[in-house]
Design a binder for this molecule. Structure first.
Ligand SMILES: [Zn+2]
Length: 164
């Protein structure tokens, strides 16, 4: 993504455009590695120290808060960050721990044990990001509107019509 597009994204979500936010967002938008905060820190500082660890964390939290980036927990490891916001799934490699994207439509065939591109699937876990009953009721009490998929803002209630 070109920097002007990233600036627009930040502004559209009500965030002030700052160099640290641009640097972190540009890195995340250009990678499919699902880096940890530490990896983001070393990537943005690769050409020389620019951002402290604390500012990297602050920026990541701000981006997650406004829904420009999602944080995903993979097994017991540290949170990984993803700026790819369209609906997709993740394949976690048993061998090296690498987290790769799997297209939404390919989930339907994953059960057969092999993805269309040949990657092998051993187990399926589907994690839905949303609110439990208790938190959903609290949220409703505050009168907040549900956000539709695929904006996937963490903490937003996802409500699906059952047709009743
Ligand atoms: Zn992803």
């Amino acid at each position: 993504m070109a920097p002007p597009a990233l600036e627009c994204l930040l502004r559209a979500r009500g965030l002030r455009v700052t160099e640290p936010r641009l640097a972190v967002l540009a890195y995340l938008a250009g990678t499919d590695r699902h880096p940890t905060a530490e990896e983001v820190e070393s990537a943005v500082n690769a050409a020389g120290p620019v951002l402290s660890r604390a500012s990297v964390y602050n920026v990541l939290h701000a981006l997650v808060d406004v829904g420009l980036v999602t944080g995903l927990s993979v097994k017991d490891g540290p949170v990984r960050y993803d700026a790819h916001l369209g609906p997709h799934h993740h394949l976690v490699c048993r061998g090296c721990g690498r987290v790769e994207d799997v297209e939404w439509k390919d989930f339907a065939v994953a059960e057969r044990g092999v993805l269309p591109d040949g990657r092998a699937v051993r187990t399926l876990f589907l994690t839905l990001d949303g609110l439990c009953t208790g938190c959903g009721e609290k949220e409703e009490g505050r009168g907040e509107a549900a956000s539709p998929l695929p904006s996937r803002r963490p903490g937003d209630a996802q409500r699906f019509s059952t047709g009743t």
